[in-house]
Design a protein. Structure first.
Length: 341
Protein backbone atom coordinates (compact mmCIF):
# COMPACT_ATOMS: atom_id res chain seq x y z
CA UNK A 1 0.00 0.00 0.00
CA UNK A 2 2.79 2.37 0.95
CA UNK A 3 4.74 1.67 -2.27
CA UNK A 4 1.67 2.27 -4.41
CA UNK A 5 1.05 5.62 -2.76
CA UNK A 6 4.61 6.81 -3.18
CA UNK A 7 4.93 5.73 -6.78
CA UNK A 8 1.48 7.02 -7.80
CA UNK A 9 2.26 10.66 -7.07
CA UNK A 10 5.26 10.96 -9.42
CA UNK A 11 3.37 9.11 -12.14
CA UNK A 12 0.57 11.66 -12.01
CA UNK A 13 3.03 14.52 -12.13
CA UNK A 14 4.82 12.99 -15.12
CA UNK A 15 1.58 12.47 -17.03
CA UNK A 16 0.74 16.17 -17.19
CA UNK A 17 3.93 17.40 -18.90
CA UNK A 18 3.77 14.50 -21.36
CA UNK A 19 0.20 15.48 -22.25
CA UNK A 20 1.34 19.05 -22.85
CA UNK A 21 4.24 17.87 -25.01
CA UNK A 22 1.85 15.68 -26.95
CA UNK A 23 -0.44 18.66 -27.49
CA UNK A 24 2.50 20.72 -28.77
CA UNK A 25 3.37 17.96 -31.24
CA UNK A 26 -0.27 17.75 -32.29
CA UNK A 27 -0.45 21.50 -32.93
CA UNK A 28 2.73 21.36 -35.01
CA UNK A 29 1.46 18.40 -37.05
CA UNK A 30 -2.05 19.75 -37.62
CA UNK A 31 -0.79 23.12 -38.79
CA UNK A 32 2.36 21.99 -40.57
CA UNK A 33 1.27 23.40 -43.98
CA UNK A 34 0.60 26.82 -42.44
CA UNK A 35 3.89 26.71 -40.54
CA UNK A 36 5.78 25.79 -43.72
CA UNK A 37 4.05 28.62 -45.61
CA UNK A 38 4.89 31.05 -42.80
CA UNK A 39 8.52 29.89 -42.75
CA UNK A 40 8.68 30.32 -46.52
CA UNK A 41 7.27 33.85 -46.33
CA UNK A 42 9.72 34.70 -43.54
CA UNK A 43 12.64 33.39 -45.59
CA UNK A 44 11.60 35.33 -48.71
CA UNK A 45 11.16 38.59 -46.79
CA UNK A 46 14.46 38.09 -44.96
CA UNK A 47 16.34 37.55 -48.22
CA UNK A 48 14.56 40.55 -49.80
CA UNK A 49 15.44 42.85 -46.90
CA UNK A 50 19.07 41.69 -46.85
CA UNK A 51 19.30 42.26 -50.60
CA UNK A 52 17.80 45.73 -50.23
CA UNK A 53 20.21 46.52 -47.41
CA UNK A 54 23.22 45.42 -49.46
CA UNK A 55 23.57 45.14 -53.27
CA UNK A 56 20.31 46.87 -54.21
CA UNK A 57 21.00 49.90 -52.02
CA UNK A 58 24.63 50.16 -53.11
CA UNK A 59 23.57 50.25 -56.77
CA UNK A 60 20.79 52.76 -56.06
CA UNK A 61 23.11 55.01 -54.04
CA UNK A 62 25.65 55.03 -56.85
CA UNK A 63 22.90 55.90 -59.33
CA UNK A 64 21.69 58.71 -57.07
CA UNK A 65 25.17 60.23 -56.93
CA UNK A 66 25.31 60.06 -60.72
CA UNK A 67 21.93 61.78 -60.89
CA UNK A 68 23.16 64.60 -58.62
CA UNK A 69 26.00 65.27 -61.06
CA UNK A 70 23.55 65.23 -63.97
CA UNK A 71 21.45 68.12 -62.70
CA UNK A 72 23.68 70.78 -64.23
CA UNK A 73 24.88 68.91 -67.30
CA UNK A 74 23.56 66.21 -69.58
CA UNK A 75 24.81 62.75 -68.65
CA UNK A 76 23.55 59.25 -67.98
CA UNK A 77 22.77 57.48 -64.71
CA UNK A 78 21.46 54.05 -63.75
CA UNK A 79 17.75 54.86 -63.51
CA UNK A 80 16.78 51.18 -63.39
CA UNK A 81 18.65 50.67 -60.10
CA UNK A 82 16.83 53.60 -58.49
CA UNK A 83 13.42 52.40 -59.66
CA UNK A 84 14.15 48.80 -58.64
CA UNK A 85 15.19 49.81 -55.13
CA UNK A 86 12.19 52.12 -54.75
CA UNK A 87 9.71 49.47 -55.89
CA UNK A 88 11.07 46.53 -53.91
CA UNK A 89 11.60 48.56 -50.74
CA UNK A 90 7.94 49.57 -50.96
CA UNK A 91 6.91 45.95 -51.49
CA UNK A 92 8.95 44.91 -48.44
CA UNK A 93 7.38 47.61 -46.27
CA UNK A 94 3.87 46.60 -47.31
CA UNK A 95 4.63 42.93 -46.71
CA UNK A 96 5.94 43.55 -43.18
CA UNK A 97 2.89 45.64 -42.23
CA UNK A 98 0.58 42.93 -43.63
CA UNK A 99 2.02 40.20 -41.38
CA UNK A 100 -0.50 40.88 -38.55
CA UNK A 101 -3.40 40.38 -40.95
CA UNK A 102 -1.97 37.06 -42.17
CA UNK A 103 -1.61 35.95 -38.55
CA UNK A 104 -5.21 36.97 -37.80
CA UNK A 105 -6.55 35.14 -40.86
CA UNK A 106 -4.65 31.95 -40.00
CA UNK A 107 -5.60 32.04 -36.32
CA UNK A 108 -9.27 32.66 -37.01
CA UNK A 109 -9.73 30.26 -39.91
CA UNK A 110 -7.39 27.37 -39.13
CA UNK A 111 -5.86 27.50 -35.67
CA UNK A 112 -9.19 27.91 -33.84
CA UNK A 113 -12.16 28.22 -36.19
CA UNK A 114 -11.66 24.95 -38.05
CA UNK A 115 -10.82 22.95 -34.93
CA UNK A 116 -13.99 24.15 -33.22
CA UNK A 117 -16.04 23.51 -36.36
CA UNK A 118 -14.76 19.94 -36.91
CA UNK A 119 -14.77 18.96 -33.24
CA UNK A 120 -10.99 18.42 -33.09
CA UNK A 121 -10.79 20.67 -30.04
CA UNK A 122 -13.32 18.64 -28.03
CA UNK A 123 -11.48 15.46 -29.01
CA UNK A 124 -8.30 16.93 -27.49
CA UNK A 125 -10.17 17.76 -24.29
CA UNK A 126 -11.08 14.08 -23.84
CA UNK A 127 -7.43 12.96 -24.05
CA UNK A 128 -6.07 14.12 -20.68
CA UNK A 129 -5.82 17.75 -21.87
CA UNK A 130 -7.98 20.31 -20.11
CA UNK A 131 -9.63 23.04 -22.22
CA UNK A 132 -7.63 25.72 -20.40
CA UNK A 133 -4.33 23.95 -21.12
CA UNK A 134 -5.40 23.37 -24.72
CA UNK A 135 -6.04 27.08 -25.21
CA UNK A 136 -2.82 28.01 -23.40
CA UNK A 137 -0.68 25.85 -25.69
CA UNK A 138 -2.62 26.94 -28.78
CA UNK A 139 -1.85 30.56 -27.92
CA UNK A 140 1.63 30.31 -26.39
CA UNK A 141 3.37 28.34 -29.14
CA UNK A 142 2.14 30.51 -32.07
CA UNK A 143 2.73 33.66 -29.98
CA UNK A 144 6.39 32.71 -29.52
CA UNK A 145 6.82 32.02 -33.23
CA UNK A 146 4.96 35.19 -34.28
CA UNK A 147 6.92 37.37 -31.84
CA UNK A 148 10.29 35.98 -32.93
CA UNK A 149 9.60 36.05 -36.66
CA UNK A 150 7.94 39.47 -36.77
CA UNK A 151 10.63 41.00 -34.55
CA UNK A 152 13.37 39.83 -36.90
CA UNK A 153 11.56 41.27 -39.93
CA UNK A 154 10.99 44.60 -38.15
CA UNK A 155 14.65 44.83 -37.11
CA UNK A 156 15.84 44.04 -40.65
CA UNK A 157 13.44 46.60 -42.12
CA UNK A 158 14.54 49.27 -39.65
CA UNK A 159 18.21 48.52 -40.36
CA UNK A 160 17.63 48.84 -44.11
CA UNK A 161 15.60 52.03 -43.74
CA UNK A 162 18.25 53.69 -41.53
CA UNK A 163 20.96 52.98 -44.07
CA UNK A 164 18.87 54.37 -46.93
CA UNK A 165 18.31 57.74 -45.20
CA UNK A 166 21.86 58.94 -45.65
CA UNK A 167 22.33 57.54 -49.14
CA UNK A 168 19.12 57.95 -51.18
CA UNK A 169 17.24 61.24 -51.02
CA UNK A 170 13.96 59.79 -52.29
CA UNK A 171 13.72 57.14 -49.54
CA UNK A 172 10.54 57.32 -47.43
CA UNK A 173 10.70 59.32 -44.20
CA UNK A 174 10.08 57.95 -40.72
CA UNK A 175 6.59 59.52 -40.52
CA UNK A 176 5.30 57.62 -43.55
CA UNK A 177 2.33 55.58 -42.20
CA UNK A 178 3.65 52.23 -43.43
CA UNK A 179 7.30 52.89 -42.62
CA UNK A 180 6.40 54.04 -39.11
CA UNK A 181 4.89 50.66 -38.20
CA UNK A 182 7.27 48.49 -40.24
CA UNK A 183 10.20 49.98 -38.29
CA UNK A 184 8.85 49.44 -34.78
CA UNK A 185 7.27 47.12 -32.20
CA UNK A 186 3.70 48.15 -33.02
CA UNK A 187 3.78 45.62 -35.87
CA UNK A 188 4.73 42.85 -33.41
CA UNK A 189 2.00 43.95 -31.00
CA UNK A 190 -0.67 44.07 -33.72
CA UNK A 191 0.40 40.60 -34.91
CA UNK A 192 -0.12 39.26 -31.36
CA UNK A 193 -3.50 40.98 -31.27
CA UNK A 194 -4.36 39.28 -34.55
CA UNK A 195 -3.58 35.92 -32.93
CA UNK A 196 -5.75 36.73 -29.91
CA UNK A 197 -8.54 38.04 -32.15
CA UNK A 198 -8.43 34.80 -34.14
CA UNK A 199 -8.77 32.78 -30.94
CA UNK A 200 -11.69 34.85 -29.72
CA UNK A 201 -13.48 34.75 -33.09
CA UNK A 202 -12.89 31.03 -33.52
CA UNK A 203 -14.24 30.18 -30.06
CA UNK A 204 -17.22 32.50 -30.40
CA UNK A 205 -18.33 31.57 -33.93
CA UNK A 206 -17.03 27.97 -34.25
CA UNK A 207 -16.87 28.46 -38.01
CA UNK A 208 -13.62 28.86 -39.92
CA UNK A 209 -14.87 31.30 -42.57
CA UNK A 210 -16.76 33.48 -40.12
CA UNK A 211 -13.82 33.52 -37.70
CA UNK A 212 -11.48 34.51 -40.54
CA UNK A 213 -13.65 37.50 -41.47
CA UNK A 214 -14.20 38.65 -37.89
CA UNK A 215 -10.55 38.30 -36.88
CA UNK A 216 -9.48 40.35 -39.90
CA UNK A 217 -12.07 43.01 -39.09
CA UNK A 218 -10.95 43.23 -35.45
CA UNK A 219 -7.29 43.49 -36.46
CA UNK A 220 -8.05 46.12 -39.09
CA UNK A 221 -10.11 48.05 -36.53
CA UNK A 222 -7.26 48.12 -34.03
CA UNK A 223 -4.76 49.07 -36.74
CA UNK A 224 -7.01 51.91 -37.89
CA UNK A 225 -7.65 53.11 -34.33
CA UNK A 226 -3.90 53.20 -33.66
CA UNK A 227 -3.34 55.26 -36.81
CA UNK A 228 -5.98 57.78 -35.73
CA UNK A 229 -4.82 58.01 -32.12
CA UNK A 230 -1.07 57.95 -32.80
CA UNK A 231 -0.46 61.72 -33.24
CA UNK A 232 -2.23 62.37 -29.92
CA UNK A 233 -0.33 59.84 -27.80
CA UNK A 234 2.51 62.28 -27.06
CA UNK A 235 2.68 66.06 -26.67
CA UNK A 236 3.59 67.65 -30.03
CA UNK A 237 6.05 70.49 -30.64
CA UNK A 238 4.70 73.79 -32.02
CA UNK A 239 6.64 75.44 -34.84
CA UNK A 240 5.78 79.05 -35.78
CA UNK A 241 6.94 80.54 -39.09
CA UNK A 242 6.36 83.87 -40.78
CA UNK A 243 3.85 84.47 -43.54
CA UNK A 244 6.78 84.82 -45.95
CA UNK A 245 6.92 81.01 -46.05
CA UNK A 246 4.71 79.02 -48.39
CA UNK A 247 2.92 77.40 -45.47
CA UNK A 248 3.40 75.76 -42.06
CA UNK A 249 6.64 73.88 -41.40
CA UNK A 250 6.13 70.39 -39.98
CA UNK A 251 8.87 68.57 -38.07
CA UNK A 252 7.68 65.14 -39.17
CA UNK A 253 4.33 63.74 -38.07
CA UNK A 254 1.76 66.53 -38.22
CA UNK A 255 -1.00 66.82 -35.60
CA UNK A 256 -2.48 70.21 -36.54
CA UNK A 257 -1.50 73.23 -38.58
CA UNK A 258 -2.88 76.54 -39.77
CA UNK A 259 -2.72 80.30 -39.15
CA UNK A 260 -2.14 82.26 -35.96
CA UNK A 261 -4.09 85.50 -35.61
CA UNK A 262 -3.23 88.75 -33.84
CA UNK A 263 -5.65 87.98 -30.97
CA UNK A 264 -4.05 84.56 -30.32
CA UNK A 265 -6.63 82.55 -32.24
CA UNK A 266 -6.01 79.75 -34.72
CA UNK A 267 -7.47 79.36 -38.18
CA UNK A 268 -7.35 76.62 -40.78
CA UNK A 269 -4.67 77.04 -43.42
CA UNK A 270 -6.29 78.52 -46.58
CA UNK A 271 -3.38 77.10 -48.63
CA UNK A 272 -2.75 80.41 -50.35
CA UNK A 273 1.02 80.37 -49.92
CA UNK A 274 3.46 83.15 -49.10
CA UNK A 275 2.33 86.72 -48.39
CA UNK A 276 4.84 87.83 -51.01
CA UNK A 277 1.90 87.32 -53.33
CA UNK A 278 -0.46 90.33 -53.33
CA UNK A 279 -3.54 88.13 -53.27
CA UNK A 280 -2.31 86.15 -50.27
CA UNK A 281 -1.15 89.29 -48.43
CA UNK A 282 -4.62 90.79 -48.74
CA UNK A 283 -6.25 87.55 -47.58
CA UNK A 284 -4.02 87.30 -44.50
CA UNK A 285 -4.70 90.95 -43.67
CA UNK A 286 -8.46 90.27 -43.67
CA UNK A 287 -7.92 87.28 -41.40
CA UNK A 288 -5.55 89.25 -39.09
CA UNK A 289 -3.03 86.46 -39.53
CA UNK A 290 0.44 86.92 -38.05
CA UNK A 291 2.11 83.64 -39.02
CA UNK A 292 1.83 79.93 -39.68
CA UNK A 293 1.86 77.33 -36.93
CA UNK A 294 2.37 73.58 -37.02
CA UNK A 295 1.91 71.14 -34.14
CA UNK A 296 3.98 68.12 -35.07
CA UNK A 297 6.27 65.37 -33.80
CA UNK A 298 10.00 65.39 -34.60
CA UNK A 299 11.93 62.16 -35.04
CA UNK A 300 12.90 62.28 -31.35
CA UNK A 301 9.26 61.44 -30.58
CA UNK A 302 9.34 58.28 -32.67
CA UNK A 303 10.11 55.83 -29.88
CA UNK A 304 7.79 57.40 -27.26
CA UNK A 305 4.94 57.18 -29.80
CA UNK A 306 5.90 53.60 -30.66
CA UNK A 307 6.04 52.37 -27.08
CA UNK A 308 2.81 54.04 -25.99
CA UNK A 309 0.97 52.63 -29.01
CA UNK A 310 2.53 49.21 -28.42
CA UNK A 311 1.44 49.24 -24.78
CA UNK A 312 -2.14 50.06 -25.75
CA UNK A 313 -2.28 47.26 -28.34
CA UNK A 314 -0.77 44.74 -25.91
CA UNK A 315 -3.38 45.73 -23.32
CA UNK A 316 -6.12 45.07 -25.90
CA UNK A 317 -4.42 41.75 -26.69
CA UNK A 318 -4.48 40.74 -23.03
CA UNK A 319 -8.16 41.69 -22.86
CA UNK A 320 -8.93 39.55 -25.92
CA UNK A 321 -7.06 36.57 -24.42
CA UNK A 322 -8.87 36.93 -21.09
CA UNK A 323 -12.20 37.10 -22.91
CA UNK A 324 -11.31 33.97 -24.89
CA UNK A 325 -10.53 32.02 -21.70
CA UNK A 326 -13.79 33.12 -20.08
CA UNK A 327 -15.75 32.23 -23.20
CA UNK A 328 -14.12 28.78 -23.29
CA UNK A 329 -14.93 28.19 -19.63
CA UNK A 330 -18.55 29.13 -20.26
CA UNK A 331 -18.77 26.85 -23.30
CA UNK A 332 -17.25 23.88 -21.47
CA UNK A 333 -19.60 24.44 -18.53
CA UNK A 334 -22.61 24.61 -20.84
CA UNK A 335 -21.69 21.41 -22.72
CA UNK A 336 -22.74 18.94 -19.99
CA UNK A 337 -26.09 20.71 -19.57
CA UNK A 338 -26.76 20.43 -23.31
CA UNK A 339 -25.79 16.72 -23.21
CA UNK A 340 -28.28 16.02 -20.39
CA UNK A 341 -31.07 17.61 -22.43
Amino acid sequence: MTELATTGTPAASVRRPSASRGLVRTVLLLHRPALCAGAGLFAVLTVLLLWLHGPAMDAAATAWRQYDHCRESACTYDQDSLLTFKSFSQYATIAVTLVPFLVAAWAGASLFGREMETGTARLSWTQSVSPARWLTVKLALPAALVTAGTSVLVLLHQRTWRRSQSRIDTAKGWADPLVFHANGPTTVAIALFGLAAGALAGLALRRSLGALVVSLMLTAGVRGAVALALPHLWSPVRTVTSLHHNGPTSLGLTVDEGLLTSNGGRLADPYCGSDLSTRCRELYAKLHATGFYSDSHPYSHYWPLQWVATGIVLALTALAVLTAFRLLTRQVGAAPKEARR
